[in-house]
Structures are given as structure tokens and as C-alpha cells.
Ligand binder design. Structure first.
Ligand code: HEC
Ligand code: HEC
Ligand code: HEC
Ligand code: HEC
Length: 381
């Protein structure tokens, strides 16, 4: 895996600011839970899948023993409210009173830790997929040109863009939230790993300034960009992995992309607000200004070891994280198969957590398996 610097940057944005979804379910614990009543519910309804000792019956199911009470309660509530989807749990949770839910989670949270799964050896370093990305990017050359530096007005340059942004943009075309049939066609057969490889390849190409725009007034454009730099960086060189660089980008593309946010065809509230009041002429001037700035590539490592990745996860999931604003599940000693399933779902945006989606979107399947192996092999805390 790669992108260590970018993930670390993202992390600093995420930690501290509480996840909205998580904080919404952070209901205060009210009356003291009745563990015996909870055990009776577990016996009647949960035992078949979660055991009375909190051990999962198969690989698709999480162990519940000694998981934090707050997290168990928050997840049951998420099933009940339909924020997390699983037919059986939704049904069960729908029929439970709040007291039932609190009692049963208190029972599971209070169980002793399960013995750790037998340790498996984890490889030191994941391979770099840069070369594979280069091969896959051959399919894009007809439009995005060699090395992703646009020479055609209207076509975006990809070279030197953050891989995090590139992955998100590609997913948006693939999923349809950015509507562009040609891009969808170019990407529809590519899986997550291939998108990631391509993003790495383009991120590591040296960005070159697009041809000087023939329309727009860069001098008039500059003052209009006063509020853009906070996100897009000084003179359009972004230091935020999730925000694209604008410096040296093709002017016609810049203008048309800005217009898509203005018209709501690309949906992003902050971008819509930023350009909503700008006239055609002003967008053209802004585009001319950014097109003429000197682009710079982000710092991106080609490889990250599994250990480095786990260190990042441990900022939240490791011992000693007691930020009361976010409800964080413990992963140590969790069922490996379940961890893999959950991580893939977050990555592919099938399980609601904007924070975990951002944290997992860089990881290909082999990396996810390795991370899951590390956590499953740790003794439960
Ligand atoms: C038919 C099997 C089945 C039964 C019965 C069942 N569960 Fe589950 N449970 C699952 C599966 C599968 C998941 C993971 C679903 C997912 O991916 O969201 C899960 C997830 C959970 C989670 C979320 C844990 C986490 O780590 O995210 C909680 C909490 C939970 N179950 C509690 C219960 C309780 C309490 C009962 C009894 C009232 C119960 N379950 C009965 C299969 C079951
Ligand atoms: C038929 C021409 C065509 C092909 C082939 C094509 N693209 Fe694109 N691509 C475009 C156009 C046009 C846009 C701008 C779309 C828009 O306005 O949203 C674009 C946009 C993008 C963007 C978003 C750039 C940004 O700054 O937001 C990415 C990333 C991208 N393409 C990657 C790829 C990759 C990877 C491939 C090859 C697998 C590919 N494209 C193949 C025409 C193409
Ligand atoms: C609050 C942060 C924020 C501000 C302020 C902001 N932007 Fe953006 N902008 C973004 C993000 C995030 C994206 C990527 C959105 C996406 O994934 O579609 C973006 C995308 C863009 C794009 C598309 C680039 C591409 O490669 O497709 C253009 C053009 C753009 N912004 C121009 C501007 C201009 C001009 C301003 C000031 C008038 C501005 N932005 C202000 C956050 C911001
Ligand atoms: C910034 C804090 C943060 C970081 C960093 C983070 N997570 Fe999470 N994680 C969360 C939160 C909050 C949840 C609960 C989200 C929800 O309710 O779905 C969660 C949920 C999970 C779950 C679901 C657990 C369950 O029992 O259902 C898994 C698996 C997971 N994270 C793995 C990881 C891995 C692997 C990494 C590193 C690549 C990571 N997380 C990094 C905050 C974080």
C-alpha cells in the first residue's frame, strides 16, 4: 500500500472533528442495564449467531464479547433506524425496546475476552503497483494523453493530482454521481485495485502547465480567487489529498468543471457556494489565472508496509483512544472474516460511515486481508 503521507494528512483532518454519523447515535446511557435480562434475550434471539460467549458462528459475523457497550448500542440503533442494513438484525432490532437493547449489549460487553486467534505471519511490505497502473493507464492515453498532461482544450490533466482525489473522482464517474458516459465506459470494468494503481501512476507523473489559454483574463481572475486558496492551496497547488490542484490545469476544463458545480450537475455544497455568484466571464478569468500557475506534484510514497497502515488505524482503534466525541469499536481479536467484509463494505461505500470510507478507500483486497490478519491475531483488550 501507498499514500502514507496522504492518509496521515487525512487523518489529521478526521481526528478531532467528530464524525457526524457517530455523534448522532451517541445517546447518553440512561438507566443502569439489567445484565440478566440481557442474557435472556441473547439466549432467545442472538445465541445462534453470536453465541452466549460472544463468539461469532461464522466468518460473516462479528464477535461481540468485550466490545465496547457504547459501540454495540450504537450499531443496534443503526440497524433499527435503517442506517446500517442487514435484514435479520433490522427485524430483530425493530422489535426491541430501548431497554432490551441496552440490556443485551451490556451482557455482551461484559463478557470475558475470547482467546486470541492463532497468529499468522504478516508480510513486511506490500508491493508497489505503480507498474501495473502504468500498463492500465494505456487505455486512457487517447483522451488524457501520454503521462496525463492534457494538450486538448477541455480535457483535464491528471498528472500530479493527488491519488486520493483521483480515486474519488474515478469512483464518482463509475458510480454515476459525475455524469460522463465516456468516462464511465472507460472505467466500468476496472476494480478498486486497478483504480488505485492508475491513480498512483498519474499522481507520480510530473505535471506540466497546460497551453496558455486563449480566452479569459488571468489578471482580472486573480482577485476572484481570494476564497479558493483555503481549500485549493496557494496559487492552486493543493496540499489537501481530497481537494484537486488547479494550478496549470487546462483552462477550458477548469471553467466547465466550475460551471458543473455552479449548476449542481456535480454536487458539492462548498463548491457550489464558492462559485454560485460568479458570472461566465468571471469563471473564464479565474480559469485563466489558475491555468497559468506553476503546477507541483504532491509527495507520494510508492509503498507503505502493513505495519504503517495499522499504525494509522490505531490512532483511532488502538489502545488509549478515549475521544468521547466518537464511538469507536475495538478491533483487536475480532473475527478476521468479518473485519475483511466490513472493510470492503466501507471502501466500496456500501456501509455508511463517511469517515471509514475515507480511511479505507486506498486499500486493495490483499492489503485489507493483511490488516485484518493483524487485528484478528491480537489479544482482545
Ligand atoms: C442470523 C444471524 C444473527 C442473529 C440471530 C443475530 N445477529 Fe447480530 N449480526 C449478524 C451479522 C451477520 C452481523 C454483521 C452484519 C453487518 O455486516 O452489518 C451482525 C452484527 C451485529 C452487531 C454489530 C457489531 C459490530 O461489530 O458492528 C451487533 C451489535 C449485533 N449483531 C447484535 C445482535 C444481537 C443483540 C442479537 C440478538 C438480539 C443479534 N445480533 C442476533 C448476525 C446475527
Ligand atoms: C473518451 C475520452 C476519455 C477516455 C478514454 C478517458 N477519459 Fe477520463 N475524462 C475525459 C473527460 C472529457 C473528462 C472530464 C469530464 C468532466 O467534465 O467531468 C475526464 C475526466 C477524468 C478524471 C477527473 C479529472 C479531474 O480533475 O477531476 C479522471 C480522474 C479521469 N478522467 C481518469 C481517466 C482514466 C483513468 C481513464 C482510463 C482508464 C480515462 N479517464 C479515460 C475523457 C476521457
Ligand atoms: C471549502 C473548500 C473549497 C473551496 C472554498 C473551493 N473549492 Fe473548489 N473544490 C473543492 C473540492 C473538495 C473539490 C473536489 C470535488 C469533487 O470531488 O467533485 C473541488 C473542485 C473544484 C474544481 C474541479 C477541479 C477538477 O479537477 O475537476 C474546480 C475547477 C474548482 N474546485 C474551483 C474552485 C474555485 C474557482 C474556487 C473559488 C471561487 C473554489 N473551487 C473554492 C473544495 C473547495
Ligand atoms: C479517525 C478515526 C478512525 C480511523 C483512523 C480508522 N477508523 Fe475504523 N472506525 C472508526 C469509527 C468511528 C467506526 C464506527 C463507524 C460505524 O459506526 O460504522 C469505525 C469502524 C471500523 C470497523 C467496523 C468494526 C465493526 O465491529 O463493525 C472496522 C473493521 C474498522 N473501522 C477498521 C479500520 C481500519 C483497518 C483502519 C485503518 C485503515 C481504520 N478503521 C481507521 C474510526 C476510525
Amino acid at each position: 500500500m501507498k499514500y502514507l503521507a496522504l492518509i496521515t494528512a487525512l487523518l489529521s483532518l478526521l481526528i478531532g472533528c467528530s464524525d457526524r454519523q457517530a455523534s448522532q447515535v451517541a445517546a447518553p446511557v440512561v438507566a443502569a442495564a439489567d445484565i440478566n435480562a440481557g442474557k435472556a434475550i441473547a439466549e432467545a434471539q442472538c445465541k445462534g449467531c453470536h453465541g452466549l460467549d460472544g463468539r461469532a458462528a461464522n466468518d460473516e459475523i462479528p464477535h461481540l464479547a468485550k466490545q465496547t457497550e457504547k459501540y454495540l448500542y450504537a450499531s443496534l440503533l443503526a440497524y433499527k433506524e435503517g442506517k446500517r442494513t442487514h435484514a435479520a438484525l433490522r427485524d430483530m432490532a425493530a422489535h426491541m425496546s430501548d431497554a432490551d437493547m441496552r440490556n443485551v449489549v451490556a451482557y455482551y460487553a461484559g463478557l470475558p475476552a475470547l482467546p486470541a486467534a492463532p497468529g499468522e505471519k504478516v508480510p513486511e511490505v506490500a508491493v508497489s503497483d505503480y507498474e501495473k497502473g502504468k500498463v492500465a493507464a494505456a487505455a486512457c492515453v487517447t483522451c488524457h494523453q501520454e503521462a496525463g498532461n492534457s494538450k486538448t482544450p477541455g480535457m483535464p490533466s491528471l498528472a500530479g493530482q493527488h491519488p486520493v482525489y483521483l480515486i474519488a473522482a474515478m469512483q464518482a464517474y463509475k458510480g454515476g454521481s459525475r455524469n460522463m458516459p465516456e468516462m464511465k465506459a472507460a472505467l466500468h470494468k476496472l476494480n478498486q485495485t486497478e483504480l488505485e494503481n492508475i491513480a498512483l501512476y498519474y499522481a507520480l507523473q510530473t505535471p506540466k502547465q497546460a497551453p496558455v489559454p486563449t480566452v479569459g483574463d488571468a489578471v482580472a481572475g486573480e482577485p476572484l480567487t481570494a476564497n479558493c486558496g483555503g481549500c485549493h492551496g496557494l496559487k492552486g497547488v493543493s496540499t489537501d489529498p481530497a481537494v484537486p490542484s488547479l494550478a496549470g490545469q487546462d483552462a477550458q476544463y477548469l471553467k466547465s468543471a466550475a460551471k458543473l458545480y455552479k449548476d449542481g450537475a456535480r454536487r458539492l455544497e462548498v463548491m457550489h457556494k464558492a462559485v454560485a455568484a460568479a458570472s461566465e466571464k468571471e469563471l473564464e478569468d479565474i480559469a485563466a489565472f489558475y491555468a497559468m500557475q506553476q503546477p507541483a506534484a504532491p509527495k507520494v510514497e510508492k509503498t507503505v508496509s502493513v505495519q504503517q497502515a495499522v499504525e494509522i488505524c490505531d490512532h483511532c482503534h488502538g489502545p488509549g483512544n478515549d475521544n468521547p466525541a466518537i464511538i469507536i469499536p475495538k478491533l483487536d481479536g475480532q473475527n478476521k472474516g468479518y473485519l475483511i467484509k466490513a472493510l470492503r463494505e466501507y471502501r466500496d461505500d456500501q456501509r455508511r460511515s463517511s469517515m471509514m470510507h475515507k480511511m479505507s478507500m486506498f486499500y486493495n483486497d490483499p492489503m485489507i486481508e493483511q490488516i485484518a490478519t493483524v487485528y484478528a491475531g491480537r489479544p482482545k483488550r
